[in-house]
Ligand binder design. Structure first.
Ligand code: SF4
Ligand code: SF4
Length: 482
């Protein structure tokens, strides 16, 4: 039985409900009246407190995804852009992945770190190597990391992860600092989630990979990750352990995308129903080529057009959830989807263990790489590219450091209040980046952008403080935030 409030995976991600949803969506894919109603329901509305969006249920959103009326699809893209503009403006938050270890006891058939891959060297960073990687990342200008590790209780126990987090936060190289560490490690126990919370992590990220249980079990034939229920119920344990910002994700290309889309939204509805707060972020990776992995063997791969539609539909369905794409996607694709709802991207990423320290911008080690990086530009190039497109690259980490997490963050976000912080914070952290790390060309573009964008801060008090802080940053002070 489908029950979003249940804590049992098969009940909150219910196979029969997904099949019924897909049937309903298929039946209504040309139902103009219904699709227009759904678009109207999802449109941003002005209220006394600001702008609000109702979001959509998984059934409604699935109808949009199936919609085959070209002009309504165009309307849908426009709506996704409007929602993105209303809650995220033209800001894009920057981050980088940091791979700690590729030891793994699982056998995920789409990942080169799977246990049986003997072609790939195994590597785990020592604390000195973590230090070197973090210094390299700080020297690029990063403030926000997502740490990644395979699952291996012997080589990468929770104590190792905690030690790495401590090391990362402790390093202050020149003006650098990592101010938020998000964690992407295997499903674990409530006790371990509590330890991660105490270590001061930002978001706990765990990709579901696929919500289709039968496929899930085939794609994960052995190892602890084989247990679908334990994996699917991980976010509930994380929240029980005190982590209130969690990040969902599906690896598109593993099963039918319409099925995954419905499952993903049901998972978000479940978190909201049980914990009163939906996912902080949703990631949308696609299967990529890697050592021992050929993406062509997955016959459910999706093209750029469907990928864009998925992103637009997620943006409309869960307007307050950040959306992340990685350097798996190339520049053209990233450009296309940025305006449709993406709020965070990685830049200058290395997806190998120890990929940053000791390598120039052009060099990249491939031996321990998890997947091909399609966007190989440096962070400086990505930052300049974003600004040339009219976006503000933001290195902001303010909310988590001000305790604006979980439902506190969501309630501010839901009335558009977060924008009073995000915009000036984006400009101040960009100014820091320009002072400390940017090339002269990027700095010139950034200075002009900040001079223009600062006037979009409408609250006179906030504007006054922000202008003063920008001057202070130019004079060498750091770390201001609203
Ligand atoms: S996806 Fe994660 S759990 Fe699976 S093999 Fe790769 S590193 Fe291990
Ligand atoms: S103010 Fe909060 S929501 Fe806005 S960019 Fe900074 S951390 Fe994110």
């Amino acid at each position: 039985m489908y029950d979003p409030k249940s804590l049992v995976a098969d009940e909150f991600i219910n196979h029969e409900e997904i099949l019924a949803t897909l049937e309903y969506a298929e039946k209504n894919k040309s139902n103009r009246e219904l699709i227009e109603q759904i678009l109207e329901k999802a449109a941003p509305k002005k209220t006394g407190k600001g702008v609000e969006c109702a979001g959509l249920t998984h059934r409604e959103a699935s109808v949009l995804l199936a919609c085959d009326i070209p002009e309504l699809n165009e309307k849908m893209y426009d709506l996704a852009r409007d929602i993105k503009q209303a809650f995220y403006g033209n800001r894009i938050v920057m981050f980088a992945p940091l791979y700690l270890s590729n030891y793994c006891v699982n056998q995920c058939v789409y990942c080169p770190y799977h246990y049986q891959n003997k072609e790939i060297p195994r590597k785990k960073l020592t604390q000195d190597e973590v230090r070197a990687e973090v210094i390299a990342l700080q020297d690029m200008g990063h403030k926000r990391l997502a740490i990644e590790s395979g699952e291996d209780p012997v080589n990468n126990p929770i104590e190792y992860i905690l030690e790495c987090i401590k090391t990362i936060y402790s390093i202050k190289h020149k003006n650098g600092a990592i101010r938020r560490v998000n964690v992407n490690i295997a499903a674990t126990t409530v006790e371990n989630y509590r330890k991660l919370k105490e270590a001061g992590i930002g978001t706990y990220i765990l990709f579901q990979e696929t919500y289709h249980k039968e496929s899930y079990e085939k794609l994960h034939p052995a190892g602890p990750k084989h247990n679908y229920a334990y994996h699917t119920e991980a976010m509930d344990r994380a929240m029980e352990g005190g982590i209130d910002d969690v990040g969902l994700g599906v690896l598109f290309g593993l099963d039918m995308y319409k099925y995954e889309f419905a499952g993903l939204l049901m998972h978000a509805e479940h978190l909201e129903a049980v914990h009163g707060v939906g996912p902080h972020t949703i990631s949308v990776p696609r299967v990529k080529r890697a050592s021992d992995i050929d993406p062509n063997v997955f016959d459910n791969s999706i093209d750029d057009e469907i990928f864009s539609k998925l992103i637009a539909c997620i943006r409309i369905a869960v307007p307050y959830t950040g959306m992340i794409i990685s350097t798996r996607e190339n520049e053209t694709c990233r450009n296309k989807v940025l305006g449709l709802g993406i709020s965070q991207i990685s830049g200058g990423s290395r997806t190998s263990v120890g990929g940053y320290a000791g390598y120039s911008t052009e060099e990249r080690p491939h031996d321990t790489e998890q997947f091909d990086v399609s966007d190989q530009r440096s962070l400086d190039e990505v930052v300049k590219w974003l600004m040339d497109l009219g976006y503000i690259p933001s290195f902001c980490t303010a909310c988590y450091r001000e305790g604006r997490t979980g439902d506190r963050f969501m309630s501010l976000c839901k009335v558009g209040q977060i924008q009073n912080c995000c915009h000036p914070n984006a400009l101040m952290t960009l100014q820091e980046y320009l002072e400390d790390y940017a090339s002269p060309e990027t700095k010139a573009v950034g200075e002009a952008l900040i001079a223009k964008e600062i006037h979009n801060v409408t609250n006179p008090k906030v504007l006054e403080v922000a202008l003063k802080n920008l001057e202070n940053i130019k004079n060498g002070q750091r770390d201001f935030r609203f």
